[in-house]
Design a protein around this ligand. Structure first.
Ligand code: ZN
Length: 331
């Protein structure tokens, strides 16, 4: 079904990270990505994992976002939206450099004078290294929608008795170039973050596991919830993975069939225990270190699940799925 659309060699796609194609000819693409691009749903940019989206894809993503957002209905949540870049200092303090250094993106800008500008232009002309006067700014790319919110909440003082629940949505960045459309470098996460006592956080996570499973059922996507781990880096990371799995700190909602090799995580349900509470000094009304948890839904991944399982033509999707996403209103 997904093998009849091919990309011309002129697209110049590369498959070895960010470096230019070595052989000159692009390697064979997986059929699903071909089909998404051929249908115009994703728009290639020449960088693996970085795509434009057409109006149909955006419409699907927006309605998945709205559907996920319904969890907040009737609940005391505070909605906030942050841009896809965050304070570099906050990211440095968060421990992300220790855990996932290979996935971080930091924003660099030109900070030189006239002379260094001339040097930079010459280097660009000659295709030489032009980065001498390009320095890190105060911005990093946001790796997960919840990262900017913890210091903001800590600055407000002790949590109220009922804790806090924040509703977030952001583009996120992970430096992991791939030709698997389910592994984009920039994608959107709808997240809910809970801060409070351990039982408040665990109850929140359990509710969202149920909600996430019901949402997949309404979208007629096969899904299971499994114990999971973050992609912690290096040798120390192996120990972190072991602890995370043993204590069941992370679950993922897995949808098979999107990627050929293994089921794709379309949502994750994370219990941080007191890690962020201690780090950012978030406290309960009685002065104890608060526990936190977050649940993130990968909006593009769920959209890809729908296109994979119900076909690339949205109008031909099952009526129940269309009703679940768009309600009674005509598309
Ligand atoms: Zn999070």
């Amino acid at each position: 079904m997904f093998s009849d659309v091919t990309l011309s060699a002129a697209e110049g796609r590369t498959h070895d990270g960010d470096s230019p194609a070595k052989s000159g000819a692009p390697a064979a693409l997986p059929g699903f990505l071909d089909a998404l691009i051929g249908k115009g749903l994703l728009v290639p940019t020449g960088v693996d994992g970085l795509y434009g989206r057409n109006a149909v894809f955006e419409d699907v993503v927006e309605h998945i976002d709205a559907m996920v957002g319904r969890w907040a209905d009737g609940r005391q949540t505070e909605a906030m939206r942050f841009p896809p870049a965050m304070s570099r200092k906050v990211l440095e303090e968060s421990g992300y450099w220790a855990n996932c250094p290979d996935q971080i993106g930091t924003v660099f800008s030109f900070c030189g004078d006239d002379r260094s500008h001339q040097r930079l232009l010459k280097c660009l002309d000659k295709q030489e290294d032009w980065t001498e006067d390009v320095n890190p700014t105060r911005l990093s790319m946001t790796p997960a929608a919840c990262y900017p919110v913890y210091p903001v909440m800590a600055a407000r003082g002790p949590l109220p008795t009922e804790g806090r629940t924040v509703d977030l949505m952001s583009y996120c960045f992970r430096h992991e170039p791939s030709i698997d459309p389910a592994r984009m470098q920039m994608f959107r996460q709808r997240e809910f973050v809970r801060m409070g006592t351990p039982s408040q956080v665990l109850e929140f996570r359990a509710q969202l596991v149920e909600f996430g499973t019901a949402t997949m059922r309404a979208l007629q996507l096969p899904a299971s919830v499994e114990v999971a781990n973050d992609p912690f880096f290096g040798r120390a990371g192996k120990i972190m993975i072991d602890i995370q799995r043993r204590q069941e700190l992370k679950y993922e909602l897995l949808v098979p069939g999107i990627s050929p090799e293994k089921p794709t995580a379309c949502a994750s349900f994370n219990y941080h225990q007191d890690r962020f509470g201690a780090l950012w000094k978030i406290v309960t009304p009685s002065g104890e270190v608060a526990h936190t948890g977050c649940v993130g839904f990968g909006l593009e991944r769920i959209a890809l699940g729908l296109f994979r399982h119900h076909g690339l033509d949205v109008d031909a999707w099952p009526q129940e799925v269309i009703a679940a996403l768009w309600g009674a209103a005509p598309r």
